[in-house]
Design a protein around this ligand. Structure first.
Ligand code: HEC
Length: 128
């Protein structure tokens, strides 16, 4: 039993250290100060909660491309304007394809326009 636990812990530590080392280099300096401000922003916390409660994170990560584009890349591509928020919210609801590659995004027909827009506002706040 102890041996198994020890091996598990060692494996987890290895994974944690490996991942942390590469991430820290690129993100600590640019995000620490803005992250603390962002968590006070109601658009950020609301959008994040909605995204965490939906299926978005199976295909999207904040800083790395997954099945879908990284949210930071989406934020870098689109300016934070009402038109873009509406357009991107429409894509989340109806599904989208052709802007980032061959894989389409599934539709989210049961999302309200308001919730989809709140998600987009959060994503666009991730711009570095
Ligand atoms: C099945 C995987 C999948 C899920 C689930 C998913 N997405 Fe996507 N998403 C994608 C892919 C793939 C693209 C790129 C589509 C393209 O090339 O136009 C994308 C694109 C986007 C874009 C950019 C659209 C554009 O036209 O540039 C936004 C914003 C987005 N997703 C938000 C979300 C949100 C919010 C959710 C949760 C409600 C979500 N996605 C769920 C796969 C997914």
């Amino acid at each position: 039993m102890h041996k198994i636990l020890y091996t598990l812990t060692a494996a987890i530590l290895l994974v944690a250290c490996g991942g942390g080392a590469t991430k820290n280099e690129t993100t600590t300096e640019t995000t620490t100060s803005s992250e603390t401000n962002l968590s006070d922003n109601p658009d950020y916390t609301k959008g994040l909660a909605l995204i965490a409660g939906s299926d978005c994170l199976t295909c999207h990560k904040v800083a790395e491309k997954s099945i879908g584009p990284a949210y930071q890349d989406v934020a870098a591509k689109y300016e934070d304007t009402d038109d873009n928020i509406e357009m991107l919210a429409g894509k989340i609801i109806k599904g989208g394809s052709g802007n980032w590659g061959a894989i389409p995004m599934t539709a989210h027909a049961n999302l309200s326009e308001e919730d989809a827009e709140a998600m987009v506002k959060y994503i666009l706040l991730l711009k570095k």
